[in-house]
Design a protein. Sequence first.
Length: 306
Amino acid sequence: MARVTIMIPTQRRLGGLAVAARSVLAQAGVDHSGLELVIVDNDQVPSAEGVARALAAEAPFSIHYVHEPRAGVANARNAGMAKACGEFVAFLDDDEEAPAGWLAALLAAQERYAADVVFGPVRARAPDAVTEHRDYLERFFSRIGPAEAGVIDHYYGCGDSLLRRSSLPDPVAPFAAERNHIGGEDDMLFGHMRAAGAVFAWEPAAWVWEDPVPDRLTLDYTIRRAFAYGQGPSAHCAAAVPPDRAGVARWMAVGVVQAALFGAVAGFKWLIRAGDRAEWLDRAARGLGKTLWWGPFKIRFYGHSA
């Protein structure tokens, strides 16, 4: 049985999948006999099967291909969890590339801090053709955390993380299906784990590259995504059992202030064509999301089958 499962969910990104998977196969400083790679294809047709088979032919450890035709990021992750055999599960996205020491750094941090989840930095890189708002776009898709390794009191997203399977509330299907189309299934899981006393750790040495797909390197995408990120705190309070109505009201009030203040600054910055205008628009969108977080305002980012 594998000690560590590395999981890559994917949907119609064959080139990115190949880069991500080959970076997993090249991991150093770990015992390959205790590893397995699970590729979860979340396309209606098994479009990634050929890539998975070609990778399996060159792999130093087992590669398992899982076809999950039901659209949705939670469905994909849960299908991978059902196949995974590892005591630990490491997540890598299909637009990420891991340096050779990535997995060893995650495992060392998990052991050092007895962590239930370990997170690492993400360094986004935009193509040379992207010139307008380049710095903002690369920061948007990056994950920047503490300079030093250690236990942390908050959590990040699933990409570039290592989970101790025994700490999960459900070791087979821990991701909430209601988040299939809007995302945040990992935030919901980690929020429940934190409430149950899980230990989170950060390891700066466990960093990965991220190469966002070109159609996401636009303000149209990132500002809509910032709005959705802003919805997270309010929606999480509403989803608590019992619902945290005071928390919802508090976050909505914070959002009103942020949207008004940051929106005014963004408007001024746009008028003078300031270099940091996109950052202020992003902040205003996150504030607005805290206020407008319920059903009609939810934005679908995942789960499209076509």
